[in-house]
Design a protein around this ligand. Structure first.
Ligand code: PLP
Length: 389
């Protein structure tokens, strides 16, 4: 083995993550895995049958680079019906290899080396990685915990803007916190973006998974924002088909064309039979998502109440797959150590929230538990935590 060999700087230290370590721990110890956000829940049966039929009918070659036309039409209709936003299926909608490729292609298309990308911290781990692949710098804007809720300080956002700021990357509903950005927060974000002429990339993969009274709003619908915003979503979280990797991006033609230019040389195109079946399913998303929200919000409640009873103070999660918990009452200040010891101590796997923080001096005592699991798994995990408390 050549020990002098180094990979390119843009991927150095990206190798193994705490996700790999915790997934391996779960496998090795047989612990209940509330680490990674991989759903254990069913997908719509009609969607699965439709994909199988499409494969057998021969829908197995490259689709158009921009995506299967019927899916682009269904995505445009989805944005119109849900948010009152009009996008032309030809030119303003692009189908991608999951939201992940849409994000990577957007950052590659929008940023020159040295540009700055503003993102709220903690953030999804693909954001700092995507910034680095583009040669850009991710500038974290803290979401601070106030009581059990993560809040945005618009002053901190303003203070983070520099002449190099080019893109604001917003994730709402938010992973890992389960935060849904409020109308006031979005209005403040939109003000900053208009004032400093920032291009916005929004990641809304949890748009349908919002619980209780919380309501998802899309930034592109705010005054003056459609023309500067790329809105990204995906089928994975909405239909429990995370392995299919079908995503999409909507925006004004000049921005979508730039993303398409990068995307065509990353993957060119993806998943013809999945695209075909999703084009038919997306029109029925509201009915499907209402049922899924019921399941997930019950799991969220079970987990939140269980964590509180076990002395792991939970934060409020209004959306998505995850609850953050404060592990200090168990005698830990370091969430990484807590997560390394939890499988043997309690038979449960979680992920330290530090894996999602970019800024130094972020809270180290938070860990993330996922609840996109069978109710039985969540119940078992709660019982185990209570026994170990
Ligand atoms: C899961 C997730 C993604 C990835 O979506 P894919 O469609 O599977 O690529 C992107 N952003 C966030 C915030 C996620 O949680």
């Amino acid at each position: 083995m050549n020990t002098d060999w180094n990979p390119a700087a843009r991927v150095r230290d990206m190798g193994t993550s705490v996700f790999t370590e915790m997934t391996e721990l779960a496998r090795a110890t047989g612990a209940v895995n509330l680490g990674q956000g991989v759903p254990e829940l069913d997908s719509p049966a009609v969607l699965l049958k439709d994909v199988a039929a499409a494969v057998l009918a021969g829908s197995n070659q490259y689709p158009p680079a921009a995506g299967f036309p019927a899916l682009r039409e269904a995505v445009a209709e989805h944005q119109r019906a849900r948010y009152g936003l009009e996008y032309r299926p030809a030119g303003e909608v692009l189908i991608t290899t999951g939201a992940t490729e849409a994000l990577a292609a957007a950052l590659l298309a929008l940023c020159d080396p040295g540009d700055e990308i503003l993102a709220f911290d903690p953030c999804y781990d693909a954001y700092p990685a995507g910034a680095r692949l583009a040669g850009a710098r991710l500038v974290p804007v803290p979401l601070e915990l106030s009581g059990d809720t993560f809040v945005l300080d618009p002053g901190a956002l303003r203070a983070a803007v520099t002449p190099r700021s080019r893109v604001l990357l917003l994730n709402t509903p938010h992973n890992p916190t389960g935060k849904v950005f409020t109308a006031d927060e979005l209005a403040a974000i939109a003000d900053v973006c208009r004032e400093h002429e920032l291009t916005v990339v929004t990641d809304e993969v949890y748009e349908h998974l919002v619980y209780g009274d919380a309501r998802h709003l899309t930034l592109a619908a705010l005054p003056g924002m459609r023309e500067r915003t790329l809105t990204i979503s995906s089928a994975g979280k909405t239909f429990n088909v995370t392995g299919w990797k079908i995503g999409w991006v909507c925006g004004p033609a000049h921005l979508v064309a730039a993303v398409a230019a990068a995307k065509q040389f990353l993957t060119y195109a993806t998943g013809t039979p999945y695209q075909e079946a999703l084009a038919r399913m997306l029109g029925d998303v509201e009915e499907w998502a209402a049922g899924l929200r019921g399941t997930l919000s019950r799991n969220r409640d079970l987990l939140t109440e269980g964590l509180a009873r076990a002395g792991l103070r939970p934060c409020r999660a209004d959306a998505g797959y995850f609850v953050q918990a404060d592990v200090r009452e168990w005698g830990y200040t370091d969430g990484v150590r807590f997560c390394r010891e939890l499988p043997s101590r309690a038979g449960v796997v979680a992920i330290p929230t530090s894996a999602f923080y970019v800024r130094p001096n972020a809270p180290s005592y938070l860990v993330r538990f996922s609840f996109c699991k069978r109710e039985e798994s969540v119940r078992t995990a709660v019982e185990k935590l209570l026994s170990a408390a």
